[in-house]
Design a protein around this ligand. Sequence first.
Ligand code: ZN
Length: 216
Amino acid sequence: MPLICLDPGHATLPAIAHQTEPIGPGSRVRKIKDGGGAPGEAPVALAIAQRTRALLERAGYRVAMTRSAPGYAGGNIARARFCNARRAALMIRIHADGSTDSTQRGVKTLVPALRRGWTDDIYTPSLSAARKVQAAVVRTTGAKDLGLVPRADLTGFNWADVPAILVETGFMTNPAEGHLLRTAAYQLKVARGLAAGAEAYAPMRRSTCKLRASIR
Ligand SMILES: [Zn+2]
């Protein structure tokens, strides 16, 4: 059974959030562990993750979550290592966007940029997963499709040894989308997309067996 690792962003303990850590193995560039995210983002990310977990478990997947409450006690290296240690088939980082331009709206998926020694092992599968998850979330939510965005500066990607993507599930700062993201009904739509995308990327082996059994 594939294990899907869900990483709801932010909600790091204040004493830890402002510490810095290297953005990749051996890097002298350091970034803050948690800048806090968009207003209202952390609880929305957690709610979407919990709904996604329920859907995936119902479909027979194993699911691990980096946090299941506020007050996370690590940085983005710790989040990546948590998923690495479990040999996740996919790490889905769940976030929502913020902008000073309140008309900005839509869903995008961030993917690791290619860098030898850091992401070359996960680059291609992460891109493949991102395409499937982005398409599925756009389909289930009807949100504007902002596509995929490669990022070289994300600590949580550069330390990942398993395929990793980060879904920006919408803009908290857009009045309409921000309202939707706070509703259970829309969180479930996002979760359905995340689960469907994960299932398309890492199908259950059991379904193949069932198919074989029915052929016999
Ligand atoms: Zn965020």
